[in-house]
Design a protein around this ligand. Structure first.
Ligand code: NDP
Length: 288
């Protein structure tokens, strides 16, 4: 079997166009355009690229973005004070604090300080808890983007065996909750999993988010599986690869996401959608 590509680039473009239509409609109705505060502490080069892409996506989708670039020496108290100001700012619907934060700042304290109604990354315990209880509010962007990508590719998780490799708070765990809410039967693997190959081999839907370049050999993939590769790894020769061996996996899978051009653009598009949804809710409006 040779897999069909799940084209994250094209699907994210369509999703962003939907958001653009909705924000233009808001403006036409005399309502406020959504506002997103993008906070970056320090100058991590990879974070700089992500933040730039997020700001560009705001322009594309008609969302007002407000940049807060703080020095790496910023104290936790100063960052908390900024979050408090943004929580109270009526023009701000979403607050995004780019990770990683410098070591002296506790990321959990920062996430929990953000008003859950403005937590467009979907990382606040309230929003993760709502998803766990099948009453999603703002959903974690990467898993949410993946769910939209599957849906728009005509892939229904219901009744399928889904295996997630990686249990991080931002990808693996909320991904498991999303797929469970969509009625898949889920298995979550991590570094203590005894027989990863056997678990991967059972997956009708395989989602891999480990940050280990090409750690899943294509030969492990079940024939006809749907493979979603979240990993983004830069090799010493400059190439970007995922956590799955793409070429050999694509020979066995029915559908597969490429790296780059798969999950990455969907994460940003989901962030735009979350910001729109937050703004609609905060303005007491419904989508047009
Ligand atoms: P983390 O490092 O937080 O988590 C990695 C997970 O992988 C952990 O749960 C770890 O297990 C598990 N793991 C590591 N090695 C193995 C192994 N040998 N066998 C089984 N499980 C293993 O990473 P993130 O979730 O933050 O990110 C994962 C990848 O996804 C990275 O490449 C990152 O760049 C990418 N990413 C991409 C995004 C996108 O938009 N495309 C968004 C976010 C991340 P344990 O918990 O036991 O240590």
């Amino acid at each position: 079997m040779t897999a069909k590509l799940i084209d994250g680039k094209a699907i994210s473009k369509a999703l962003k166009a939907d958001v653009r239509r909705a924000t233009d409609e808001l403006a036409a109705r005399g309502a406020r355009r959504p506002g997103l505060a993008v906070v970056m502490v320090g100058e991590d080069p990879a974070s700089g690229i992500y933040v730039r892409n997020k700001r560009l996506s705001c322009e594309e989708t008609g969302i007002l973005s407000v940049a807060h670039d703080l020095p790496a020496t910023t104290s936790e108290a100063t960052l908390v004070a900024l979050i408090d100001r943004l929580n109270a700012d009526p023009a701000i619907d979403g607050i995004l604090v780019q990770s990683p934060l410098p070591k002296h700042i506790n990321p959990h304290a920062i996430i929990e300080r953000i008003d859950p109604a403005k937590d467009v990354d979907g990382f606040h315990p309230y929003n993760v808890g709502r998803l766990a209880l099948r009453k999603p509010t703002l959903r974690s962007c990467t898993p949410y983007g993946i769910m939209i990508m599957l849906e728009r590719s005509g892939i229904a998780p219901r009744g399928k065996d889904a295996v997630i490799v990686g249990q991080s708070n931002i990808v693996g765990r909320p991904m498991a909750l999303e797929l469970l809410a969509a009625a898949a039967t889920i298995t979550v693997c991590h570094s203590a999993t005894r027989d990863l190959r056997a678990e991967v081999g059972r997956a009708a839907i395989l989602v891999v988010a480990t940050g280990k370049p090409e750690m899943i050999p294509g030969s492990w993939v079940r024939e006809g599986a749907i493979v979603v590769d979240v990993g983004i790894n830069r090799l010493p020769d400059g190439r970007l690869v995922g956590d799955v061996e793409f070429k050999s996996a694509a020979e066995r899978a029915s559908w597969i996401t490429p790296v780059p051009g798969g999950v990455g653009p969907m994460t940003i598009a989901a962030l735009m959608k979350n910001t729109l949804e937050s703004s609609l809710a905060r303005q007491g409006l419904v989508a047009a």
